[in-house]
Ligand binder design. Structure first.
Ligand code: ATP
Length: 220
C-alpha cells in the first residue's frame, strides 16, 4: 500500500501503551508517523499492568475494548493482546524477543513510543538491549526537553539516532528515529480528570470510545 506517495517501508511497527483510555494523542500521532515512514500497519499492544503507575481506572478487558472500538474499520491498525493474555506484567523486551522468535531476525521491526517515554527509558528492563531487537520510533510530544536531561540516555540516543527514514527499512533493528509528528496536547491522565469533573472530551477521543466510557461508567 502507498501512503501519500511514500513507498511502503516493510517495517513491522508495534505501539505499546496503557491506553487508559486510547485517545487522539495516540491515534493521530501514529497515523502521521505511518505517512512519514510509509508504514502499512501499526500493531497496538495494550500493556497488562504498567509499572510506575497507579492501578488503572479501566480493567484490562475494558482497555482492550476501547482500543478495538477506536480502530474499527481502519486498516492501518491491528491489536496484539499477548501482554493482556499473559495476565502478568510483561517487559517490552520480552515481547519483542517473542515477536522475533515468531518472525525471525531479518524483517525490520520497530517499537513506537512517545517522547515522554523516551525520557524514562533507562528505567525499562534491559533498555540498552532494546535496539538488538528493534528500531525505536519516537513520537513528538509537547513539553519534553530535547536534549534529554539524563546523560547516559542522551549519549545512547546520539550513538543510535538516524535522521533519514530510509535506513530504518534497510536494517532490521538498531536505530532511533525522532519523528516529525504533530505535537498533540492530549493525555489519558487529563481525559480521566475531565470525565471525573464532568467536562467534555469530544476533541480528545473517538466518539465510539466516549460512548463506551459513558456506558461502563468509567473514570468517575
Ligand atoms: P497517562 O496520561 O495515563 O500517562 P498517556 O496519555 O501517556 O497516559 P499511554 O497509554 O501511557 O498514554 O501512552 C502510550 C504511549 O503513547 C507512550 O509511549 C506515550 O509516550 C505515547 N503518547 C501518549 N500520548 C501521546 C501524545 N499526546 N503524543 C505523543 N505520544 C503520546
Amino acid at each position: 500500500m502507498v501512503h501519500n506517495m511514500t513507498i511502503a517501508s516493510g517495517i513491522q511497527a508495534f505501539f505499546g501503551g496503557t491506553f487508559d483510555p486510547i485517545h487522539y494523542g495516540h491515534l493521530r500521532a501514529v497515523e502521521a508517523l505511518a505517512v512519514e515512514l510509509g508504514l502499512d500497519h501499526i500493531t497496538l499492544l495494550p500493556n497488562y499492568l504498567p509499572l510506575h503507575r497507579p492501578k488503572s481506572a479501566a480493567n484490562d478487558q475494558q482497555r482492550r475494548k476501547m482500543v478495538e472500538l477506536a480502530i474499527i474499520g481502519n486498516p492501518l491498525f491491528k491489536i496484539d493482546d499477548r501482554e493482556l493474555q499473559r495476565a502478568s506484567p510483561s517487559y517490552t523486551i520480552d515481547t519483542l524477543e517473542a515477536v522475533r522468535t515468531e518472525g525471525g531476525m531479518i524483517m525490520p521491526l520497530a517499537f513506537i513510543l512517545g517522547q515522554d517515554s523516551l525520557l524514562t527509558l533507562n528505567k525499562w528492563q534491559r533498555w540498552q538491549s532494546l535496539l538488538d531487537y528493534c528500531h525505536l520510533l519516537v513520537l513528538a510530544r509537547p513539553g519534553y526537553p530535547d536534549p534529554l536531561n539524563t546523560p547516559d540516555l542522551q549519549q545512547w540516543l546520539e550513538c543510535h539516532r538516524v535522521t533519514t527514514a530510509d535506513l530504518l527499512s534497510q536494517q532490521a533493528n538498531g536505530y532511533i528515529y525522532l519523528a516529525n509528528t504533530p505535537e498533540l496536547e492530549i493525555s489519558a491522565t487529563e481525559i480521566r480528570q475531565r470525565y471525573r469533573q464532568g467536562l467534555s472530551c469530544d476533541h480528545f477521543l473517538p466518539h465510539s470510545v466516549h460512548r463506551y466510557i459513558k456506558l461502563q461508567g468509567l473514570y468517575l
